[in-house]
Design a binder for this molecule. Structure first.
Ligand SMILES: [Zn+2]
Length: 134
């Protein structure tokens, strides 16, 4: 069967399902967007891992982390969901900035000063010019 269906907002199951679908779509967007940004800057052999820290986890205020030895970028999925990725607006600056911040770390390598001159030049060139995280 096809056609337009309506759900009432008083049906708690329907609301719950919609919320789950929105969450899945937002997570899917985060995975797609971060992969896209890594690939665009040549990090095709790097992987992205999302962390979902709980409320009292000390890691919860960390936006992201770069692991050069294993070519991994860790991103705080919970935080990225909170900063805004309205998955229906695929250019949410919050998400891009955070991912590109870590991409800049990956590109300059481990031997330069964190958020120093070299990092900043790369970060600004690729559009990730902010240093809010560690
Ligand atoms: Zn940083």
């Amino acid at each position: 069967m096809s056609g337009i269906t309506m759900t009432t907002t008083t049906d708690p199951d329907a609301d719950g399902d919609a919320a789950v679908r929105r969450g899945q779509a937002a997570r899917g967007y985060l995975r797609w967007r971060s992969r896209h940004l890594l690939d665009r800057h040549g990090l095709t052999d790097w992987a992205v891992i999302f962390l979902w820290p709980r409320k009292n986890d000390p890691d919860r205020t960390t936006f992201g982390r770069c692991d050069w030895a294993h070519r991994l970028i860790y991103l705080n999925g919970a935080h990225l969901m909170a900063v805004g990725p309205d998955y229906s607006s695929p250019h949410s600056p919050g998400v891009d900035e955070i991912v590109l911040h870590e991409v800049a770390h990956a590109l300059v390598g481990p031997d330069v000063e964190d958020h120093g001159v070299e990092w900043r030049q790369v970060a600004e060139a690729i559009g990730g010019g902010m240093d809010r995280d560690e």
